[in-house]
Design a protein around this ligand. Structure first.
Ligand code: HEC
Ligand code: HEC
Length: 634
């Protein structure tokens, strides 16, 4: 062994090198405050290793990137762990870098003769930020896609060269596939090479001047090995454990695949850029334009950082530098807290974040169930009623209707009053969240007036009430509402509870929802009451078929009850009420004689929606979409 080492040393001089590396003198003894640099080198090593694993499965293209990350996250052995580590170690690097910078400035390690090394450190800082900026895009999910879009727009705001820089980063005029390939090249090629190069210089220059020691007489002088190495190792271990715990606990998020056609209102940059994001939103900052807030101000702060070694030469300069750095740190922390707090109290943003999370999970669910089609995961998204239905509803129907109180996508619908204060807008149509359920049917026959009360907010309804002789769906004159008022007490008698259940079951069964079963006995009993109106105690003032047309019994071939050959009789048809076919027919033309006829107040959508849109909307409304097993019991 000794002979081997001697041979190697003779050929390479390794002993001297090792000696020099390990026995660097540390006047005043090993200290915890010197560990930051080592933890950064360590974290970068973690990033290289985990990065190479990710690289081995990643595919940088617009219809394969998300899909390959889905694979890493959900199918590759330990892939989620590697991705989680890479994700959180990246954030750890930013934090460690901030701490390293603080320590260097506080200890005066930036002063002559170490200016050059300080500047090298600032360059390294830019490289690390470049890593996180480019890495954010690589999963090619909505989150990264929209955040990076903003980042490239900021680059475009740079004076003089902005347009060219943006074009270079984006890879042409259009933000898309080539942006991804460029960012990938930067992230895995240019930036790592630059970082390794500058890091080597940084360490070389650092060794030339040695460590900056605030008080050399604090303790006896030691050497790097073993005292400082031990402290560094403990610190690195602490970083690693923190990163692993975070990766284990939270993992890295993967939102829905990037989709240029679909705005993403939950977009925010990574948390350590939030302060800048918030800063740009100040009215005063906005007033001066994007270049002012995103380029000039940060540029000025960076310039002061760069000039710090010179400022330190002036009397009181060092104190100024330290104060300046603390000011920036507190400013950034303050703005970050402000931004997070505002988001927390913004219901629309909260809803968007919740939806984004749910969308991401839904895509994974679909990919697990169906595999990923040739056109990429967005094909799955486009054909999923659970994803598309709410979007159509929010865009079109929520102008009047609500869905469990929101717009279908979870956002409240707000109006601004003259002072700019936001409050919930009054709906002018029913809340369709429970549409087609037993709850809905029960409400129709026992509480029609309350269920339809939102109609009273509509202008047309106010006009009808003002002119009582005009035709229309006037709740004050509604036959259905009157009938319910008249029969409510009878229906709610305890003796008739089972009759009411039967009627509800019968009406609900018309929707014949996928995955839903209806109690055949109750349905049969309900059909009879619907027709005849006789209850256990007494009978209804008029049976349902006193107005509504009879519902033909279903045949085995036409399990579908709704049949457009049913003759209009001036009352809404209840055959197939709430089913896929009934809904499509109704939404296409609610003024049809089979529905509300002349009374109708709802726009007809027959000519507006493509068959695909109709399908997505209605299949979502009736719950006809893929549900993973675990959800069935809910
Ligand atoms: C301009 C307001 C308005 C819009 C927009 C609107 N509706 Fe309606 N909708 C109504 C009104 C009013 C009624 C009550 C009956 C009528 O007038 O036809 C109604 C009735 C319904 C009903 C029958 C249940 C009930 O409440 O009577 C369904 C189902 C329905 N709408 C679905 C939709 C869907 C789906 C959309 C979007 C594609 C939509 N509506 C868009 C106003 C609207
Ligand atoms: C006196 C006539 C009359 C009777 C009896 C009657 N309805 Fe109605 N129903 C109407 C009218 C009219 C409407 C349309 C709303 C309006 O103008 O009041 C309606 C609307 C409805 C609707 C909503 C249709 C839609 O498009 O959303 C349902 C459901 C319904 N009735 C169920 C029943 C059931 C079930 C019974 C028996 C338990 C019944 N109705 C008894 C007249 C009646």
């Amino acid at each position: 062994m000794n002979a081997l080492i001697a041979w190697l040393d003779h050929r390479t001089g390794i002993k001297g090198l090792m000696h020099e590396a390990l026995y660097e003198r540390i006047p005043g003894g090993a200290r915890w405050r010197y560990v930051w640099g080592s933890t950064l080198v360590f974290t970068f090593t973690v990033q290289m290793i985990s990065g190479i694993f990710l690289w081995s499965a990643y595919s940088p293209n617009a219809t394969g990137a998300w899909e390959s990350v889905y694979y890493i996250q959900n199918q590759m052995t330990m892939g989620w762990m590697v991705r989680g580590i890479h994700h959180f170690a990246a954030q750890a690097m930013v934090v460690l870098m901030a701490l390293h910078l603080m320590q260097v400035v506080i200890d005066g390690a930036y002063k002559a003769p170490r200016e050059v090394n300080f500047w090298l450190g600032l360059v390294l800082m830019q490289i690390v930020l470049g890593f996180s900026l480019t890495g954010y895009l690589l999963p090619w999910d909505q989150k990264g896609y929209y955040a990076t879009r903003v980042a490239t727009e900021i680059a475009g705001a740079t004076p003089v060269i902005g347009a060219e820089v943006q074009k270079l980063a984006v890879g042409g005029e259009q933000y898309g596939h080539h942006t991804l390939t460029r960012f990938f090249a930067l992230h895995t090629g240019v930036l790592p090479a630059a970082l390794v190069g500058f890091l080597a210089l940084h360490i070389y220059v650092f060794r030339r001047h040695g460590i900056t020691v605030p008080d050399p007489n604090r303790a006896p002088t030691t050497t790097f090995w073993p005292d400082q190495v031990l402290k560094d190792a403990v610190a690195c271990l602490a970083v690693l454990v923190t990163v692993m715990v975070l990766a284990f606990q939270f993992g890295a998020e993967l939102s829905a695949p990037a989709n240029a056609a679909e705005a993403y209102s939950a977009a925010r940059p990574e948390w350590y850029y939030l302060f800048l994001f918030r800063f740009l939103k100040f009215e005063a900052v906005e007033h001066f334009g994007l270049a002012f807030g995103a380029i000039y101000v940060p540029g000025l702060l960076m310039t002061i950082l760069v000039l710090m070694p010179f400022i330190a030469k002036v009397k009181g300069g060092h104190k100024f530098n330290v104060a300046f750095l603390f000011l920036i740190a507190f400013g950034a922390i303050g703005l970050t807290v402000l931004a997070m707090n505002e988001d927390k109290h913004n219901p629309s943003h909260q809803a968007a974040v919740k939806e984004a999370l749910a969308d991401g999970e839904r895509l994974v669910e679909l990919a697990d169930a169906y595999g990923i089609p040739e056109g990429g995961a967005n094909v799955l998204a486009r054909n999923d009623p659970k994803l598309q239905g709410p979007r159509i509803f929010a865009k079109t129907c929520a102008a009047c209707h609500r869905y469990d109180g929101h717009d279908g996508r979870g956002s409240p619908i707000l109006v601004k009053d003259s002072t700019g204060k936001e409050s919930p807008a009054d709906p002018t149509g029913t809340d369709l969240g429970k549409y087609g359920t037993r709850e809905w049917s029960r409400a129709v026959i026992t509480d029609y007036d309350t269920l339809f009360a939102p109609l009273r907010n509509a202008e047309w309804h106010k006009e009808l009430v003002a002119k009582p002789d005009s035709d229309g769906l006037n709740l004050d004159k509604s036959e259905m509402a009157d009938w319910v008022k008249e029969n409510r007490e009878t229906l709610l008698k305890p003796e008739n509870a089972e009759d009411l259940n039967a009627l509800v079951e019968f009406l609900t069964s018309q929707a014949d929802r996928p995955g839903e079963t209806y109690d055949a006995k109750l349905v049969e009993r309900g059909a009879k009451i619907f027709e005849e109106g006789t209850l256990t105690s007494g009978s209804l003032s008029v049976s349902c078929t006193g107005c509504h047309a009879s519902i033909p019994a279903p045949t085995p071939e036409t399990k579908l009850f709704f049949d457009s050959k049913v003759e209009p009789n001036g009352y809404p048809t209840l055959a197939g009420y709430g089913s896929d076919a009934w809904l499509k027919h109704f939404i296409a033309n609610p003024g049809h004689g089979l529905h509300y006829g002349a009374k109708n107040q709802m726009p007809a959508y027959g000519g507006q929606f493509s068959p695909h849109q109709f399908n997505m909307l209605v299949r979502w409304m009736v719950g006809d979409y893929y549900k993973p097993k675990k959800e069935h019991g809910e």
